[in-house]
Design a protein around this ligand. Structure first.
Ligand SMILES: [Zn+2]
Length: 458
């Protein structure tokens, strides 16, 4: 009897299916324009410098002129769509990288989700720039790759997603933000993280920083590769190293408990990273996502960190190689080599694929239902079978149970169950040997983020 039941379950279990085909998503990705991206990157570089402390008032040079232009461009493409554009300003006091109090302005374009839904997804790029001296607010700092590339990607994605949402409304809100103050200490992103975390359930954040070129300094070329940095364990370990002085927030404490219950590879950032890799590789054919289990490049940072440190799912997209002759450099020729972050070193076709990757990852989730709640493995009795339990969500047309070996990076098996199911029994699948999660599905097979199932003994 046990054997026949075991086969009954495994005959339904299958490898997790790819994201379903979606003609609207495909046509949205098809409208991403390398020419428009190139024109916007050149325009941003033409403001001379976008240093956070550069002129806020000069009509053509400095960060003020740049942000007025970004806002006007976004307003132009928001016309007739649900996209809402806002310049959000806060005053940052003098600090290690700010000589005096400075206005930080984030240009935020919000594409609202279903009425009353608290879910929000975030796409970031930073429009401020710097040269060799982080305090130099006057000298040229074209910042074409770092980070006009990410800013142009945000603008392009916002405009195209706005049209897609007109055709098919989103379940979750997407916030597209061009933020300032990254080079002076992630100041704009930190403010945005505070604002969004107060009002929404932030489900996932992507920062696009240095996404302009598939070329390395030694002739390497990887035009279909993206580095995706995703590690949610990092802030928990840092808290631990800081010792008892740092009391974790309730959210980080809950994640510590999840990590201690075998979920160290399954924190929200890891699930978001897995979702992005799968969605991108399905919807941007030929594109490969290198999923790196680190919060960022070694000893470096970006605008996802203020979100990550709050225990939110937050990742970084970057090009496959970085060329340090074209990053944080004064524009000059040295030993016959052109130094500086100039538009000519950016490949707009590559930025177009990055933009498509963001849209594939974010729209597929924004159209999906919310994830299930209180997912757990029923561990009240010893058993070689595994029972998963969860609390359902509105709008779900079913649920998908996922499992993989503890040493596997990606989900290996899936079992779909109906909308009324609140538990699933996997016979002959031991909770001691496998890692489990549950997703909510809509009637098109679009899946929510996976939620790790910790064992629950009571
Ligand atoms: Zn940057």
């Amino acid at each position: 009897m046990l054997i026949s039941l075991w086969f009954a379950v495994t005959s339904h279990a299958a490898p997790p299916p790819a994201s379903p085909d979606d003609p609207l998503l495909a046509s949205t990705l098809g409208h991403v324009s390398a020419d428009r991206l190139q024109a916007r990157i050149e325009r941003l570089a033409a403001f001379g410098t976008r240093h956070t402390a550069s002129s806020a008032t000069h009509p053509t040079r400095g960060i003020g002129a740049a942000r007025r232009w970004i806002e006007a461009e976004l307003r132009a493409c928001a016309a007739g769509t649900p996209l809402q554009v806002q310049a959000r300003t806060h005053l940052e006091p003098a600090g290690r990288r700010l000589a005096g109090p400075t206005e930080i302005v984030n240009i935020v374009a919000t594409l609202p989700g279903r009425l009353g839904s608290p879910r929000v997804l975030v796409m970031l790029g930073h429009y401020d720039s710097r040269n060799g001296d982080v305090m130099d607010a006057e000298g040229d700092a074209p910042g074409a790759n770092d980070d006009a590339s990410g800013t142009a990607a945000v603008m392009e994605a916002a405009c195209l997603a706005a049209h897609a949402a007109k055709t098919r409304p989103l379940n979750a809100t997407i916030v597209f933000a061009a933020v300032a103050g990254e080079e002076q200490g992630l100041l704009g992103a930190a403010q945005l993280a505070r604002e969004l975390d107060t009002h929404f359930t932030v489900e996932g954040v992507i920062t696009n920083d240095i996404v302009g070129s598939p070329h390395g300094a030694q002739g390497e070329h990887a035009p279909h590769t993206l580095r995706l940095f995703a590690d949610g364990l990092d802030p928990l370990l840092r808290l631990m190293l800081r010792g008892a002085a740092a009391e974790p927030s309730p959210r980080l404490k809950a994640q510590q408990e999840l990590a201690a219950a075998g979920g160290s590879e399954d924190l929200p950032t890891a699930q978001f990273g897995r979702h992005l890799k799968q969605a991108i590789e399905t919807h941007v054919p030929g594109f490969q996502v290198q999923l790196i289990q680190r919060r960022d490049r070694t000893l470096r940072g970006g605008d996802h960190l203020p979100f990550l440190e709050r225990g939110l799912a937050a990742v970084r997209f970057s090009e496959p190689f970085e060329n340090y002759a074209h990053q944080h450099q004064n524009v000059r020729v040295e030993s016959g080599q052109q130094m500086g972050d100039l538009p000519r070193f950016v490949d707009p076709a590559y930025v177009a694929r990055i933009t498509q990757a963001n849209l594939a990852g974010l729209l597929s989730l924004a159209w999906a239902p919310a994830p299930p709640n209180d997912v757990r493995v029923d561990a009240r009795e010893l058993s070689n079978d595994t029972r998963l339990m969860w609390i359902g969500v509105d709008g779900a047309s079913g649920y998908r149970v996922l499992w993989r070996r503890s040493e596997a990076a990606h989900w290996e098996h899936a079992l779909d169950v109906g909308p009324g199911a609140r538990s699933a029994l996997l016979q002959g699948v031991s909770r001691d040997d496998w890692v489990f999660a549950v997703q909510a599905l809509d009637n098109q097979g679009r899946a929510s983020l996976a939620i790790y199932a910790p064992p629950r003994g009571s």
